[in-house]
Design a protein around this ligand. Sequence first.
Ligand SMILES: NC(=O)c1ccc[n+]([C@@H]2O[C@H](COP(=O)([O-])OP(=O)(O)OC[C@H]3O[C@@H](n4cnc5c(N)ncnc54)[C@H](OP(=O)(O)O)[C@@H]3O)[C@@H](O)[C@H]2O)c1
Length: 269
Amino acid sequence: MLWALVLWYTDDSFFDTVLVVALLMVPMTAVSMRFMKAPYGRFAAKRGWLAVNARLGWMLMELPATLVFWPCFLSGPRACETVPMILAGIWGIHYLNRGFVFPYLIRVPKRGGATFGLPVWGTGIVVTSMHGYLNGTFFSRLGQHFTEEWLADPRFLFGVALYAAGLLLNIHSDAILRNLRTREEVERGDKVYRIPRGGGFAFVSNPQYLGELMCWTGFTLFTWSLPGVFILTLSAANLVPRAVETHRWYLERFPDYPRSRRALVPFLY
Ligand SMILES: NC(=O)c1ccc[n+]([C@@H]2O[C@H](COP(=O)([O-])OP(=O)(O)OC[C@H]3O[C@@H](n4cnc5c(N)ncnc54)[C@H](OP(=O)(O)O)[C@@H]3O)[C@@H](O)[C@H]2O)c1
């Protein structure tokens, strides 16, 4: 009976069990984000428990997306087929940026930069481990629709286009934010915040989050999978409230903040 309960999506009960646990994390996160702000960066607790700086925090959180994904993917029977290889290539690009390039370039003030407490990086490790396992296994072992015909499917084509547009917006917006702090300020330990301008910031306060959510929407479409739904909805549960809080924070902190900007969705929200 229990066996039948966990075999609900694929023919692999361990995979289906991890998927259930992952999907349950989404409503739990959405509810907890109603009562708290994820305590890192500008919303970090004064003294985070086992806090590390943002560079190390990001690397720790995102490392499983590489270390767990690749063994799962490469051990699958279809790892050398065209579509699984394309999906893995997109994954590789995404986590090369988020796990290594982004943390390497981030400007962390020399003093007061330890803003990632254990609850943040610990939860991050759990999430990216499940995310890496679910997708590595699905791409090369369990996803039945990843045949050559999938390359001409509108869900694949539109999903990849949306993902690419989201990634460009995300990377460009991350770069604008990074450059708001000069290297000298970082060296001195000054934690300076300024109004970001240009690119997607002409329309919203959080184009980096909008780009991220476009990426995961595209990913969900081009993989047409529940592991995609998991990471999209979990990201939305985190980033939508954070976008609203960040927008409010800018309006309260900067009297000259552009009033026409929205929090996350141009002209709407
Ligand atoms: N998929 C997901 O669930 C998920 C979750 C979180 C983040 N992300 C992605 O990770 C990336 C980073 O996001 P994040 O939440 O760490 O925050 P963020 O607000 O985008 O901050 C990124 C960096 O820019 C600095 N910064 C931000 N606003 C600034 C300003 N006005 N003036 C000066 N410096 C500023 C931050 O400094 P401080 O650290 O001092 O604030 C931090 O070093 C984004 O691309 C996001 O989409 C994804």
